[in-house]
Design a protein around this ligand. Sequence first.
Ligand SMILES: [Zn+2]
Length: 206
Amino acid sequence: MAKLHFYYSAMNAGKTTTLLQSNHNYQERGMNTLLFIPSIDTRHALGVISSRIGLTAEALPFKPSFNFFEYAKEYISQNRLNCVLVDEAQFLTKAQVIELTRIVDELKIPVLAYGLRSDFQAEPFEGSLYLLTWAESISEIKTICHCGRKATMNLRMDENGKMIKEGAQIEIGGNDLYIALCRKHFMSGETSSPEEALNKAVNQAA
Ligand SMILES: [Zn+2]
């Protein structure tokens, strides 16, 4: 039975690596997949999903106006399709999330969507909000804060390591601008533990 799966996490938890591994598992069994990535993700060459550990795969860039259901319906009239995978799924619109549910329910093709749950102001992304509501399978890809607790929030920093509290939600630059923290350290803005800060100070003094 096909399902809509949503894998969510904080920054740098390995979502893209997990997506590319799942895609590889399908292809290894001789199955055909379609990969999608938002066209606003300018980190990579257009149409390529690449993970920080070096895996890459071709993907179709999508805009907010793109219709996933119509595309998949047309595609399966010519090709076999066993799975649809969406990276950076937080950038889906509500309408696109519902299109994904129709790929599952009407075309009987599983959809795996991977995305950040919330932005740097701790607000839910539109795509994630509706995936959390409409997907029948929801899994967390876990990562940890510097203190060892589970990281659930994303802090945004400028190049000088200063916390950014305001700005556009859609600005996904390099990974270095974001740091995954537990809620407590997100609220306090502490980006490293006192021990780490002390070590740094000692090393700089030496
Ligand atoms: Zn923490």
